[in-house]
Design a protein around this ligand. Sequence first.
Ligand SMILES: [Zn+2]
Length: 266
Amino acid sequence: MAANDPGQPALSSIDPSTFSTNHAVPTRALAVGAHPDDIEFGCGGTLAKWAAAGCVVHYAVLTDGSKGTWDVDADAVALVATRQAEQREAARRIGAAGSVTFLGAVDGELENTHALRDALSRLIRIVQPEVVLGHDPWRRYRLHPDHRAAGFLLTDSIVAARDPHFFRHHFDITDLQTGQPLAHHRPSTLLLWEADTPNHVEDVSATLDTKLHALEAHASQFESTMKATDKAALTAFRERMRARLGSLGSPHGFAAAEVFHLMGDL
Ligand SMILES: [Zn+2]
């Protein structure tokens, strides 16, 4: 697959022995993608592995996905509804037991705004994830503006969620689960997919098929993203994904892997 295929970075010459391996299964994780399908491409195998081990996986999708078609006559309203339904089904296939939140920014026009940082940092304070996963905003030579904006929106929202003097109106909200007011929350780890400089690897040998099954819930994207316009092309897509994740895993002794840039000490 090409270097800028969705979700996973180009193979690098970084010494595999410097990578950290297989983060401890968190109690709660939150994955934040720009579009429906980004999360499955970026970390679907890792989320499926953690969900099977008891992690409550939550999803947040920042844009409405309304430009995700090559059909110039497409009905954008219908496409948004279709893509939300596909995303919910993909999350179900991953085994995500948490929430699926759509923040509703216009596809292709995502910006790191005060209003979206307010919404995303509030979600982090509600979900209280130990691990957050998202797009690497520092990935070089990336064309799609939403992926870049999504990365910075997430890193800035982690800072806002963590520090008690950001968005103090959140503390007026009562958590429906606990009956307590929302509190500031500091995740322990951020995993960035499409990493410019990968330094962490997750073995997804056991959940590669689940990742593919979840990706295939995004049927509206078969033509534009997966180049899978018929059965043979869909088979070829699966083989490309297997080969790609296999080549990411082989330096680490895994049959299939997803790689990330891990940031701790948030
Ligand atoms: Zn995307």
